[in-house]
Design a protein around this ligand. Structure first.
Ligand SMILES: [Cu+2]
Length: 126
């Protein structure tokens, strides 16, 4: 309880400080608190002719881990066994997923129904 109060007070202090800074005429070289950048969206299309992830190799950076999956005509999956991700994408639908960034490296990406016909790729988490 005490910690919570202290934290709350600190936030108020930061807010007051920020207001004080913004009212001065000299620009602050570094803002006290930068707004969180909007998560960059990476778009992956799951296609049928040929069966593929487009693009097939994607890289996700920490904090930029929103991936928009769009299936054209068939049911596909965006499966990364090593990361325990198994996202089904319905025909003609889009799904936004996040990829955990605590595990880093390059991981094999497969579409479970179409792996045998080459619908594979990689996901690199940096
Ligand atoms: Cu597929």
């Amino acid at each position: 309880m005490k910690l919570k109060v202290v934290f709350g007070s600190a936030l108020v202090g930061i807010a007051v400080l920020a207001m004080a800074c913004s009212s001065t005429t000299t620009p602050a070289p570094v803002p006290a608190k930068t707004p969180a950048p909007a998560a960059a969206s990476i778009t992956v299309t799951l296609t049928e002719t040929p069966y593929a992830f487009v693009p097939k190799d994607i890289t996700v950076e920490a904090g930029k881990n929103v991936v928009k999956l769009t299936s054209l005509k068939e049911i596909h999956s965006f499966t990364i066994v090593d990361l325990k991700i198994d996202q089904i994408v319905q025909p003609g639908k889009s799904v936004n997923i996040t990829i955990p960034t605590d595990k880093k490296g390059t991981f094999k990406l497969i579409c479970t129904p179409h792996e045998s016909v080459g619908m594979i790729g990689t996901v690199t988490v940096k």
